[in-house]
Design a protein around this ligand. Structure first.
Ligand code: G6P
Length: 487
């Protein structure tokens, strides 16, 4: 690894700077370790972010800094798929305090409308600071003079300010993939000012929805006292540097080409038919796909669906719900409790309504490769996205992209960022169980022509705004920000 940055005041020095012009920093590296025949190798992780950034990486001499996913292990930097990867180590205690603790039991619930109670512990905060410092140092060691560094998500909110202090030569961007909470909720955080100042180290701070950006700007005014004009914050550092930091929304999207190409593949279309047959060929297949997370509103969805069966409005011969719940953060208490609750409910509903030939809910606690996901999207007449709060929800966009023949209906929570773009979905407030039940019925019974009209409009939106366009928009806006000035 290169030494830390040289004295940035020395404009002619190149020694001590890293070699890369474009650096992405995220909690996880965009690769997963796979083992076959006793041999270990890396495979690109599924997901839009890496697809959007891999081409930029290749062209711009890019590197990616992130945790490789295993505690107590140092891994040397390596190349994979035209990307240079720098693994950042985390000890098991840091996984517990920084990742499971501060990131996923303090910030995650706080930023998602306190659906679960956030816990505040000073030891977690200390670890968050230590780990953010390690990521910042790793990024600084890789960054060439004047490089662009793009920091991702809530696990690393202190990194922008740390980088700006050590390397004022850099262009620094930050993107928050999850919601940013209203001031009245953010106010609970004992370290609220430090987080705001951490983020303000970036030249450009991106959010999913305009409301996230305005929540953030209200918090800046209240807790950091900088001057805010529209979307711009005038920041004055202790070192006497002044610069403008902008906060703006850039709704993320998906790799549209990948999904539409898979949706046309014959074997995948065949697989989607097989899925329906295996369910006993119900008239309607409903689908939910989520990480098993309390923000996703899985319990609300199951309650509404269970009541529709209880009322006799639906029968298991008419309809079947496939619920994919991919395992997530399983050592965090709230996630364990949720799993018990969801699995108890599924068991009760199936026990009551299943017959030998038909099932109410086919529950799958697995994650699947994208090919199988697309087959599921093709098999589903109705997609249910009932999040109680969600930064974006890419599953909704993937479903829409996969429906190449414009059939199918999407029930979508108004609390997911995707509701800003997918206006023709059947929009719901998932807390309103009666409203949710009628939304599900409306989607099931929607006349074909109406469903096609809506799907066509939603597809147009998604197809025109894929994840590559998202990253270009962000990076262009970042390049247009003004450099800081001493004064
Ligand atoms: C959300 C977050 C990501 C995170 C992902 C999976 O989408 O915005 O930053 O990587 O969940 O969670 P995990 O804790 O497994 O990384």
């Amino acid at each position: 690894m290169n030494a830390a940055a040289a004295d940035p005041a020395d404009n002619n020095a190149t020694d001590g700077y890293g070699d890369f012009d474009f650096i992405v920093v995220s909690n996880r590296l965009p690769v997963d370790r796979v083992k076959s025949d006793g041999e270990e190798s890396w495979r690109r992780s599924p997901g839009g972010l890496v697809t959007a950034l891999a081409p930029v990486m290749g062209k711009a001499d890019g590197a990616w800094v992130g945790w490789h996913g295993a505690p107590d292990e140092e891994v040397d930097q390596f190349d994979h798929d035209n990307m240079h990867l720098l693994p950042v180590p985390l000890s098991s205690s840091e996984v517990e305090l920084y990742y499971e603790g501060f990131s996923n039991a303090t910030l995650w619930p706080l930023y998602h409308d306190v659906i679960a109670p956030p816990e505040f512990h000073r030891t977690w905060w200390d670890s968050y600071r230590t780990v953010n410092r390690r990521f910042a140092d790793a990024a600084a060691s890789m960054a060439a003079k004047g490089a662009t560094v793009w920091v991702q998500d809530y696990q690393l909110q202190l990194v922008p300010q740390m980088l700006r202090k050590d390397r004022p030569d850099l262009k620094i961007g930050f993107f928050n993939h999850i919601p940013f909470p209203p001031l009245e909720i953010f106010a609970q955080l004992p370290w609220r000012r430090a987080i705001i100042e951490g983020l303000l180290g970036a030249d450009l701070i991106g959010f999913q929805r305009p409301s996230d950006a305005s929540n953030f700007l209200r918090c800046v005014r209240r807790f950091a006292g900088h001057t805010v004009r529209q979307q711009q914050v005038q920041v004055q550092t202790e070192e006497g540097i002044s610069y403008v930091s902008r906060a703006e929304s850039f709704p993320i999207s998906i790799d549209v080409d990948q999904i539409t190409e898979l949706a046309k593949r014959e074997d995948i279309v065949e697989r989607s038919k097989q899925i329906r047959r295996e369910l006993g060929d119900p008239k309607t297949v409903l689908l939910g796909v989520d990480r098993l997370d309390y923000t996703k509103g899985i319990s609300h969805r199951l309650k509404a669906y269970g009541e529709l069966l209880e009322d006799g409005t639906l029968t298991v011969e008419d309809a079947s719900l496939i619920q994919v719940a991919s395992p997530s953060r399983e050592r965090v208490e709230q996630y364990r409790l949720l799993r018990e609750e969801v699995e108890g409910t599924v068991g009760r509903i199936n026990g009551t309504y299943d017959t030998m030939g038909s099932t109410a809910i086919r529950y799958l606690h697995h994650s699947y490769p994208v090919e199988e996901m697309v087959a599921l999207y093709l098999a589903a007449d109705v997609m249910l996205v009932t999040a109680l709060r969600d930064g974006m929800n890419l599953v909704a966009k993937e479903y829409v992209a996969a429906r190449t023949n414009n059939t199918g209906a999407l029930v979508l929570s108004e609390f997911a960022g995707a509701a800003d773009q997918l206006r023709q979905a059947v929009l719901v407030n998932p807390h309103d169980i009666d409203g949710l039940k009628s939304a599900v019925l409306d989607a099931i019974n929607m006349p074909d022509r109406e469903a096609q009209r809506r799907m066509r409009l939603m597809r147009r939106q998604v197809l025109q705004n894929d994840v590559e366009r998202w990253s270009k928009n962000f990076l262009n806006a970042l390049q247009q920000t003004e450099p800081g000035e001493e004064g």
